[in-house]
Ligand binder design. Structure first.
Ligand code: NAP
Length: 315
């Protein structure tokens, strides 16, 4: 980053200093020439050398020079914070999922438009290294069938995150929606759910596993989401086509097709650098970007899915 970049950089505040803010947002902001971390908002934490506030209201009152926020809080509290930020004239980046319901995000789209603010609903997995190559490869081929295996250990990746087990926290759809964000990006034709089974631990409000059957055109797509995966973790997809097989692994970072390597990267790799570059472009062009399709597919699973009760989950 050069001194000129710093002068021109958009002053941004990080809101909610949890796992994703620390692991991904902060490093990507530091690397970005387009943003300067001007403040944090957190009930419990701070970052050395950065002005810290306990609430958004305190940030807005104390630092009017801040023009953008990245909301890294759980989905259940995101709508109220996004409204407060947009009303105060800030451009807003939303972590995924963009909200706890579809209607509340639609309301944010209207509010951002009415206030002339930029609203960016991020889907970080769409910025995985292999996603554009997978999309391009599938574009000219006929898909015959697909399988999605998104199985991870909740104790390893979401330790102590009570919100994930509370209504609106999505349970296994918190990672599963990443798979749906990739699917809706790379498939040439729309996806629709035909049946689903959701397993709810008897002591929790959100599912620990889901088995989902979709159609895209006439091709069946089977998805297996599970939070109980010990040993090797799996964020993978495979599509059989009329012209070979496409395999995607590591959450979209690694892709091979027809026996050739199209992309080799690390899970989460440079996804957040890509998100901040996109947010900078949206701010420069005063354009919002909100695609609700992954969230709609989760809502459909909750609507159509058969509910099964399973063993209690105790962290
Ligand atoms: P987290 O570690 O639990 O952090 C969330 C932070 O939000 C908390 O540390 C807390 O920060 C703040 N917060 C504000 N109001 C809250 C409330 N009522 N209840 C709980 N926390 C509240 O969660 P995370 O993993 O960073 O996930 C946050 C969002 O990022 C989720 O939507 C998730 O889907 C998304 N995401 C997570 C990952 C991942 O690998 N973990 C990856 C991509 C996206 P303060 O104490 O600072 O207020």
């Amino acid at each position: 980053m050069t001194a000129t970049d710093t002068l021109a950089a958009t002053p941004i505040a990080l809101v909610g200093l949890g796992k994703i803010a620390i692991d991904q947002h902060h490093p990507s902001i530091l690397k970005s020439g387009a943003f300067r971390l001007a403040a944090t908002v957190s009930r419990n934490a701070g970052l050395e050398g950065i002005p810290a506030h306990k609430t958004l209201a305190a940030l807005i009152a104390a630092q009017p020079e801040v023009t953008a926020v990245a909301l890294c809080t759980p989905p259940q509290v995101r709508h109220a914070m996004a409204c407060e930020a947009l009303e105060a004239g800030l451009d807003v980046m939303l972590e995924k999922p963009p909200g706890a319901t579809i209607a509340e995000v639609e309301a944010l789209i209207d509010l951002a438009a009415a206030r002339g603010r930029v609203l960016f609903a991020t889907w970080h997995s769409r910025f995985a290294a292999g996603v554009p190559a997978a999309k391009a490869w599938l574009a000219g081929r006929q898909i015959l069938r697909g399988t999605i295996t998104w199985r991870e250990d909740v104790r390893r990746w979401h330790p102590g995150q009570r919100w994930i087990w509370q209504a609106g926290g999505l349970g296994v759809f918190d990672p599963g929606i990443n798979a749906l964000s990739i699917l809706t990006e790379i498939l040439p034709a729309p996806l629709r759910l035909t049946s689903a089974e959701l397993e709810f631990p008897e002591n929790q409000e959100t599912p620990i596993a889901a088995r989902l059957s979709y159609l895209t055109g006439a091709a069946p797509i089977a998805a297996d989401f599970d939070f109980r995966q010990e040993g090797p973790q799996s964020w993978a997809m495979e599509f059989e086509t009329d012209d070979g097989v496409l395999s995607l692994a590591d959450g979209g970072a690694t892709v091979s097709a027809g026996g050739q390597n199209l992309s080799q990267g690390e899970a989460l790799g440079s996804e957040y650098d890509g998100l901040y570059a996109r947010f900078a472009r949206l701010i420069a062009t005063r354009t919002s970007e909100v695609d609700l399709s992954p969230l709609k597919h989760v809502a459909d699973a909750f609507m159509l899915g058969r509910r099964l009760t399973t063993d209690p989950f105790i962290e």
